[in-house]
Design a protein around this ligand. Sequence first.
Ligand code: ADP
Ligand code: MG
Length: 682
Amino acid sequence: MATLFDPVTVLDGIGRTRAAALEGLGIRTLYDLIAHFPRDYEDRTRLLRIDQLEPDHPACFEAMVISQPRTSHIRKGLDLTKVTVADQGGRLPLTFFNQPYVAEQLQYGASYIFYGKPEGGLIGTQMTNPSFERADTPGIVTRRILPVYALTAGISNKLLTKAVSQALDACRGHLPEVLPEALRQKFELCDVEFAYETIHRPPDFQALDKARRRLVFEEFFVFSAGLALIRARRAEAPRPPYARCDPSPLFAALPFPLTGAQRRAIDDILADFALDKPMNRLVQGDVGSGKTMIAAAAIYCAAQNGKQAALMAPTEILAEQHYRHLQPLFAGLGVETVLLTGSLGAAAKRRAREAIAGGTAQLVIGTHALLTGNVEFAALDLVIADEQHRFGVAQRAALQAKAENPHLLVMSATPIPRTLSLILYGDLDLSIVDELPPGRQAIDTFLVGERLRARLNGFIRRQTDEGHQVYIVCPAVEEGEDASLKSAEAWAQTLQQTVFPDLTVGLLHGRMKGAEKEAVMARFAAGEMRILVSTTVIEVGVDVPNATLMIVENAERFGLSQLHQLRGRVGRGSAKSYCVLCSDHRDPDTRARLKTLCETGDGFRIAQADLEQRGPGDFFGRRQHGLPAFKAASLSCDLETLKDAQEAAAAFLAEQGGIEAECPALFARIRALFADSETSFN
Ligand code: ADP
Ligand code: MG
């Protein structure tokens, strides 16, 4: 009797070589195999007559072989086998490429079920390389819904289908049920045996839907239970509330009144500070909604209570910008701010470290190196991660280990589709900043091709004549292999020398040293440069209100959310702002994608479209997202199930004692799901 965790080599037809190939798909055990869900299905259930076949619509039909199959050798590496089949509806010529054995399998006068894609041609309908099997055998490749698996070299769909079938048979009766009976009844979820059986061998699409819903629910339930455990653990460690929180001196020092949304988010934070457990809050708001001031209010309160705050930005440029804005503001309020980044000189670094360790600095601004490096804090108690949508559960856990139960504030620059934010930040409380400071206008966005280059240059000229500044973003740093891509270096040079010799054109990219980058940014911010040619290093957070035009070259190379971020670099002051996406790509999907941006400024809508078009992996960039690998669930469309599962998990855990002892199967699954993410459940 096989068990779930036996290696795949116990199956017929799986030896060492194939087992090694399967490992490339993450499949080692029988359980891995049955948890390798099909990525798609082919509907081969309908049996048509030959005269009902439609070109380009694959279908099954039963027909008799009415000619002797003939193989002809066309040239080296090309054999053609031709045969004609017929049913009551008519005849159909079939052609097989390089499958001479077909001539022996197809017997003159016998009937078979075929599945293939009819091609309409000048001489009538025909078909190439159909699958077939005898009509008097049970259907394996015809007359059923065929699973289509993700494959790898050396593993065909047929081989995988067979292996999965064997594994299902071997595991029958042994699959652990992680969903409690009561829960399955409440949400009308099928049982585990039915689910795994049906997802691989669906008798019909209705059953398949049922199986899929259950498996998606299961996956989200396990995940949510894991998050809830993380939360529960945090809550177990109480901490004293802040004695006094009054950010009004900070508000009085600002040149503008806060928006209602900013005030609400700050109120949420103050309420967290009044509790005897650490704050775990996500502030989500569109680009330019003024999240920095929300962070400032939190920092001010921490300082008021004799504590230190660390503000982490994803890039040094952003850290420096925060420092430029916050240092003078806080200096007037008696809060000492230091900057600590990798590119500071040795002496400056030492001074900063001393101020942090000695406790004279209440606010430390830097990149994530602040927490991973060996910086010693005197009284770190508030950790703020700014613009950090690539910051998963695991990273947060690591970071919180740096201090005794610190408060945590995550500020997300990119609006994130609801499903993703529940997954990524499901363990956080949420404040949404859904209001922009007054006076902001919509940023007019255009998609243009190369033939409008002269007009575009004229437009740049008009903006600079009016005293405004312009960003130009290129996909590459230097001229490279891909000649179709504009490089920042070359383009900056061209613009400076031939198009705008009278203006100062700056250059900024990630390969420059920190100090150089800072100098360029500072000059642009001070208005000494009219045009800044850059790579995406300016993607998030950079704030120069006088810039009114954002041009993105080779716009097709960027994701929608990224473009939305780039666009958010303009429209930050009161002057009308514009964004021009340059692309000569003719691919209709690409154009439709870019058009989305011209039509809406709503970051949440854009993020959702981006997620649907690219999937969660690409949405965040490969492997940076800290998301567990979901097998059944689709993060772009299973929002309702996610919500149900999350509530169910919370309710279930609330009435459960130690789940480790009481629900070992569930606990094992939670550990497995979070295994990659460094979060320890031991
Ligand atoms: P983001 O949410 O993208 O981080 P920032 O905090 O950088 O936005 O704020 C964007 C700009 O808006 C900054 O120049 C900031 O000074 C300004 N700002 C923030 N809050 C307000 C407000 N209530 N009224 C007017 N301007 C504001
Ligand atoms: Mg910001």
